[in-house]
Unconditional design. Structure first.
Lengths: 550, 819
């Protein structure tokens, strides 16, 4: 993603500039002196090990973040430089030939590094989160850029900085900004970061045995931000650490390995306790961002989706599209899909905020002309029934959809036009007409809708909104149009309808009509003989009540 | 064996009677002898026929399609004679191109400019005729010299004085030389005009820059002057029209015109510019007949002019009542039409809109499925982004009473204030005019019975007698801050009387602003909990003002609605409605006809009500406040659709939710609403589906809902009895579109039967252009080859001469040397 790359570069440069400008234009002499001191300390460290104790001094400065944030930041930056150079200079590596003292120094340095990383991870949620993340990732870069074996180890090991970063990102609640930056600047940019992020997430989730919901939530948040899915092995080419070669670290070059890492991370998420919101979030991105990872092992994802679909409510609604995608593209077997879909048509669906999404899917599911007419009729009838209490935004979709359905399934047109014939069930009873449709019946194949009539839609022809009423009239006109483009009827709401009416300027050539009789009384009622003259009409009474309520 | 050429020739000659054996004298007398001319043509014909190599077929097309062959004799058309045309072409070139070529490098020389000289198309006789005609027309030597021409016996040449001509004459040859280069083709084209050119040719003097500039300046000055002149003329005309305006105005008001001012004394007759332009035109030599015709026309126009009509006679009370009843009836019919969404007004607007629609339909591209490809389907139903509202509305000016508002104030207000039924009465006793009085009368003190609405006990005396018309709400608030709330209607009455638009020109704008202020004040009053009675009066005032200031008031209401929408969208929780919104809804419902299919104010208001109901029905655990406001909204809906019986899904949903929650404190109101809805919609086919869900909650409510439940079950039973399966499609089967096959009689495959006229014209032009181009290229090529040939020939001649001279010289020298 070139756009992101540019962004990252800019941000990086800016961050580099900050200390520089501060150095040039210090605000206070004390600030300047601290700055100089920090720089001096840093230089000394790099001169030789006898000055390694300066690290401790710098770390105390870093720890004083609460009181002196500027100095702390400066110290953190210089410590970052120190550790990077030390790592690059292999001062943090125990060699076999090293003396006892050396080994001690190395382990001491490692402990300092650990302290430093721990300190910085605490910053991630705060204002300096972005700086902290950059510094940490620079340390990571230094670590993973070591010679191949050690570099690979640095990615994986739990004591490695990278793992700690991911862990911090998952376990802290308030690091959303840092998570986003982490994904945008590093995960999306570099294939190896993404690979090891997946495995780190898996490990973190596995290790958090107490099953914290927050950790899972953060994991969902982090993973759902990862949008770029590689489609072929040629796309694996951006590396943060050492570029892998076929001899070393070859799993980084294999698409299947990447997929496996992603799958395992997601499965770890699925296994951990998920709240409803997490589930919804996962389902919203399932088709676009999760399915591509699971192309080889769909059954793993299918379980999760069917579970979600069966749980009912809006979760089912969201699971629909992924399930359908699996059914049509991957040959997934889902028995009773349409019955389940039919059961989703309840009171709430036409009022839900996922309405247009659901409509879009519903149209797709029922678009086949091979569906049994009785079932299609049930859907039509049920939606018509529901639209008797629906907002106009839903009705204006239902009507053209019914039109299209009737056009596609001519057997259903009896619902609009049923001349007398003894064979019709609806004419069976002698005197009183009995509606063969049973709203309570859960099976769309046996609900009897195809023997009923669409009185509901006829009633909607006198809807109070002129546009809806006019639209409803298409059902009693001749069906000359091949089909309506349903996309045009989605996304209408009260606000758009009102906005449309109010948006039109009044024309002076056509002033609004005015009632020709001016009523004598509006709010007050006729004064009775001997009344106190305060009697109110019904409207007045209702208005008084409403005004009192507000 | 075919006969030999000689024999064939002989027989031909004999046939044509050229070498016929000498006729007897008798024959010679009877039959007309063949003249020399006939003889020549006959000979020419024989000559061509005897030479078969002169012909060539035009094309090799077989005569398969008789229609393709052009009418005419075979040899005339299908054959042509390349040899002849070639030699003719050569001849023409020799005559025209050769001299041009020879004179190409030469300057000067003699040019024969006699008429017809060098024109092969003219024979001697026609040349002579043309020259004679020119001579006659030009009168070259005007020896008599008429007075007005000013010349007495001046010598002229080419119709001009010699003196003028002299310089030019010297140059003519030079100019001619320039045009000589035009080339053969151009000249060929120009040949026809040449004669005129001789006459028209003006000596083209090269002007100096200064001259050009002065000329330019003069010209622009002239233009400027002309512009000023026209402007002045326009101004004069306008002044004249304005002067006539005073006469016209009373006519427009259909009243007797005041006597026109005495005509101004006629200007001095000698002044030509003051004469009536028409007359001037006549004097200037307009055709007598045309002038007569114009006179007749004017006369007829005058005769047809409307004369002053007698004013309406005073009507009796019964007649007045009858008129009023008729008017109300007509209005009711119009209302019903609007309710059905039909076009009410019969002016051009409808047709125009229809035309527009037709146009847009034509423009829409239809794809293979018969769907319009580019059009938004939703837009057809007003759901798109830019929609032309199809519903038409009358512009009624029946309510425009301001002109005679004051005059009719003497009418007694017979109606007692107690007739509350006026609302439901189809024929209110009052004419709208009289109603209007109620709002402004009382101030002028005419008519003893003109009772002001405000309670006479209120202290109107505290109000200042005259006020500046408040243009903003703050001004208005400042005005009323000291007076009691009850005095407000009186104040409004006074203001309206004081600023009637008939009293001053600027009053209209003032009242428009005041109307807006009143809407704002209504909202303010509701927010500040003022008395219902006063608000009612303000609404009534607004209603009466709406008749005159419909647009400002409607705009004010619409902006209130807009702010409600904005507020409720931004507001997260809460009720999303304010007290002011409620009173605005009440006012809208009263002032505007809520039964219209579409209304600029009512429709958005109704949608907003629906929106509120829809959004608040789903709120869990509906509180008492919400229930109260909802009861009011549903009550409004029921009232608004009382006439049109429109269906309001949100009202059903809200009432169902409210009753399901137990109804709260206002359960009675909800039940009443439910009853009202059931009454309204009992005729709807989905009545059962709409109202059956209420049954369980009504049962649960038990006692208070008993009567409602009973009522509802009765209606449900009746509806079940009456319901029939839908039969919506008793349409006449749609006939397939038929179109006559297009059959061309005498079809010609060479012709293009393109129905698109423009395209066929273009094709024709293109073809002609191509042909012309080809012809021109061919001509040029032939010219070039001719030129080359001529050059070669002249070179040969030159070489020959050179050689000869050389030989002679050599011979001379040799002889000399020898000698």
């Amino acid at each position: 993603m070139p756009g992101l790359a540019v962004n990252g570069a800019v941000r990086k440069r800016k961050r580099d500039d900050v200390p520089a400008t501060k150095r040039k234009a210090p605000k206070a002499t004390t600030g300047e002196s601290t700055q100089n001191k920090i720089l001096q300390l840093e230089e000394q460290i790099l001169q030789g090990r006898e000055h390694y104790n300066n690290i401790v001094e710098l770390q105390t400065l870093v720890a004083k973040f609460e009181t002196k944030p500027r100095a702390a930041t400066l110290a953190a930056v210089s410590l970052c430089r120190v550790f990077c150079r030390l790592t690059a200079g292999e001062s943090l590596v125990k060699s076999n030939s090293a003396s006892d003292a050396d080994t001690q120094i190395v382990s001491w340095l490692k402990a300092r590094l650990r302290d430093y990383v721990d300190g910085l991870t605490a910053w991630l949620g705060g204002e300096q989160g972005s700086t902290a993340l950059t510094l940490l990732m620079r340390v990571v870069k230094a670590e993973v850029s070591q010679t191949s074996k050690r570099g690979e180890q640095a990615w994986k090991t739990e004591s490695g900085t990278f793992y700690k970063v991911v862990k911090a990102l998952l376990e802290n609640e308030d690091v959303e900004g840092a998570r986003q930056e982490f994904v945008e600047a590093f995960v999306e940019e570099h294939d190896d970061v993404r690979f090891y992020t997946f495995s780190a997430v898996k490990h973190v989730l596995k290790n958090s045995t107490d099953g914290q919901a927050e950790t899972t939530g953060s994991a969902v948040d982090l993973l759902s931000r990862i949008e770029g899915v590689p489609e072929s092995e040629d796309q694996l080419e951006d590396w943060y650490g050492e570029p892998p070669s076929p001899t070393s670290n070859k799993q980084l070059l294999s698409l299947n390995a990447h997929r496996k890492a992603a799958q395992e991370a997601w499965l770890a998420v699925f296994r951990s306790p998920l709240t409803k919101d997490h589930r919804k979030r996962i389902l919203t991105i399932a088709t676009t961002q999760i399915l591509p990872w699971f192309t080889t092992r769909l059954e793993l994802l299918a379980d999760f989706l069917t579970d979600s679909f069966d749980s009912g409510g809006s979760t089912s609604l969201l699971a629909l599209s992924s399930i359908f995608h699996l059914m049509t593209h991957q040959n997934l077997e889902y028995p009773e899909f349409y019955t389940k879909l039919y059961s989703l048509l309840d009171d709430e669906v036409l009022h839900s905020k996922h309405r247009s999404r659901f409509f879009r899917l519903l149209d797709t599911f029922l678009n086949s002309s091979h569906l049994p007419a009785a079932m299609v009729a049930s859907f039509i009838k049920r939606l018509s029934r529901l639209s008797l209490q629906a907002p106009p935004g839903a009705i204006v979709w239902v009507i053209p959809w019914v039109y299209n359905m009737l056009k596609q399934h001519p057997a259903c047109t009896f619902m609009l036009h049923r001349p007398y014939h003894p064979g019709h069930r609806i004419y069976a009873s002698e005197n009183e007409l009995e509606d063969p449709f049973d709203m309570a019946c859960l099976d769309p194949n046996t609900s009897g809708a195809i023997d009923s009539s669409l009185w509901e839609l006829e009633t909607l022809q006198s809807h109070y909104h002129p546009n809806v009423a006019t639209l409803a009239k298409i059902l009693s006109e001749q069906f000359t149009k091949r089909e309506y483009v349903l996309e045009d009827f989605l996304d209408h709401s009260y606000a758009t309808l009102i906005g449309q009416d109010l948006g039109k300027e009044l024309k002076s050539t056509r002033p609004p009509e005015v009632e020709y009789v001016i009523p004598k009384r509006i709010l007050t009622a006729e004064v009775e003989e001997g009344g106190d003259g305060k009697a109110l009409s019904r409207v007045g009474r209702l208005l008084e009540g409403a005004l009192g309520a507000l | 064996m075919p006969p030999s050429q000689l024999r064939a020739l002989k027989s031909q000659l004999r046939e044509k009677g050229i070498t016929a054996p000498s006729k007897s004298k008798k024959d010679k007398k009877n039959g007309p002898s063949t003249s020399g001319k006939d003889r020549a043509t006959a000979l020419a014909k024989i000559r061509t026929e005897m030479n078969p190599y002169e012909y060539r077929h035009i094309s090799s097309r077989p005569a398969k399609f008789p229609s393709t062959s052009v009418k005419g004799s075979y040899k005339d058309v299908l054959l042509r004679r390349p040899g002849v045309s070639k030699s003719a072409g050569e001849e023409v070139r020799r005559k025209q191109l050769l001299p041009e070529m020879r004179g190409r490098l030469k300057s000067g020389g003699l040019v024969d400019r006699r008429i017809g000289e060098g024109d092969g198309g003219m024979d001697e006789e026609s040349r002579a005729v043309a020259r004679f005609a020119r001579e006659k027309s030009r009168n070259v030597f005007d020896l008599e010299g008429s007075e007005d021409e000013g010349g007495d016996g001046l010598l002229t040449h080419g119709g001009r004085a010699i003196a003028d001509l002299e310089e030019d004459d010297m140059r003519i040859s030079g100019d001619e030389e320039g045009s000589e280069d035009d080339g053969f083709l151009v000249r060929k084209r120009q040949r026809e005009d040449e004669e005129d050119e001789v006459v028209d040719e003006q000596p083209d003097v090269k002007k100096s820059k200064k001259e050009v500039m002065t000329e330019l300046i003069a010209k622009s000055k002239l233009h400027k002057y002309e512009r000023q002149k026209t402007k002045e003329d326009d101004d004069d005309l306008r002044d004249k029209l304005d002067a006539g305006m005073a006469d016209l105005l009373p006519l427009l008001r259909a009243q007797a015109a005041p006597p026109p001012p005495p005509p101004k004394p006629v200007e001095v007759p000698g002044d030509v510019s003051k004469i009536n332009p028409e007359r001037q035109k006549l004097l200037d030599g307009m055709d007598r007949g045309a002038a007569d015709r114009e006179y007749e026309k004017r006369l007829r126009e005058l005769a047809r002019d409307t004369r002053a009509a007698p004013s309406d006679r005073t009507k009796t009370a019964e007649e007045k009542a009858k008129d009023a009843a008729e008017k109300v009836k007509e209005l009711a019919i119009r209302r019903e039409k609007r309710m059905r969404g039909e076009a009410v007004s019969d002016d051009e607007e409808v047709e125009q809109a229809k035309d527009e629609r037709d146009d847009s339909e034509e423009e829409a591209v239809v794809d293979e499925y018969g769907n319009e490809e580019l059009g938004d389907d939703a837009a057809e139903f007003g759901l798109g982004s830019n929609v032309v509202e199809k519903v038409q509305h009358v512009d009624e000016d029946d309510f425009d009473f301001d002109a005679d508002l004051v005059a009719s104030a003497s009418e007694a207000d017979e109606e007692s204030a107690s007739s509350d039924d006026a609302l439901d009465d189809a024929v209110p006793e009052n004419d709208a005019e009289e109603e209007e009085d109620e709002f402004v009368s009382g101030i002028f003190g005419r008519g003893a019975n003109a009772v002001p609405i405000a309670d006479p006990n209120t202290k109107t005396a505290t109000l200042p007698p005259t006020h500046a018309c408040p243009r903003t709400h703050t001004e208005f608030l400042a005005l009323i801050k000291d007076s009691p709330a009850e005095g407000l209607p009186t104040l409004i009455q006074r203001l309206r009387a004081q600023y009637q638009p008939s009293l001053a020109a600027e009053n209209k704008g003032k009242m428009e602003d005041f109307s807006r202020v009143l809407v704002e004040h209504l909202v303010w009053m509701a927010e500040h909990g003022q008395e219902m009675k006063v608000m009612e009066q303000v609404i009534r005032h607004l209603h009466s003002l709406s008749r005159t200031y419909a647009i400002p008031i409607a705009e004010a209401f619409r902006s209130q609605l807009g702010s409600w929408l904005e507020r409720s969208s931004s507001e997260g929780d809460g009720m999303g409605v304010s007290k002011g919104d409620l009173i605005v809804l009440v006012a809208i419902g009263e002032i505007y006809p809520t039964s219209d299919h579409f209304h600029q104010v009512v429709t958005p208001a109704f949608t907003l009500v629906g929106r509120w109901l829809g959004l608040n029905a789903g709120v869990k655990g509906m509180g008492g406040e919400r229930s109260r406001v909802g009861a009011f909204m549903v009550g409004l809906c029921v009232k608004w659709v009382g006439e049109s019986k429109r269906f309001v899904p949100e009202a059903v949903r809200f009432t169902l939710a409210a009753l399901g929650n137990g109804g709260g404190a206002v359960v009675g109101e909800h039940l009443e609403n439910l009853k009202g809805m059931a009454e309204l919609w009992k005729g709807k086919s989905a009545f059962i589906e709409v109202f059956e869900p209420f049954i369980p909650s009504l049962r649960k409510l038990a006692k208070p809902a008993k009567s409602t439940l009973q009522h509802l079950t009765t209606l449900l039973d009746a509806s079940r009895q009456a319901r029939k399966p839908l039969m919506l499609h008793h349409h006449r089967p749609q006939p397939l579109r038929t179109s006559n096959p297009k059959f061309e009689e005498g079809f010609n495959p060479d012709r293009h039967y393109d129905p698109d006229k423009e395209r066929s014209e273009a094709a024709k032009l293109k073809k002609e252009f191509k042909r012309e181009k080809k012809g021109a290229v061919r001509e040029l090529r032939k010219d070039a080859s001719f030129v080359a040939r001529e050059q070669l020939r002249s070179k040969r001649v030159e070489d020959e001469e050179h050689k000869k001279r050389e030989r002679r010289l050599i011979a001379e020298i040799q002889s000399e040397s020898r000698g």
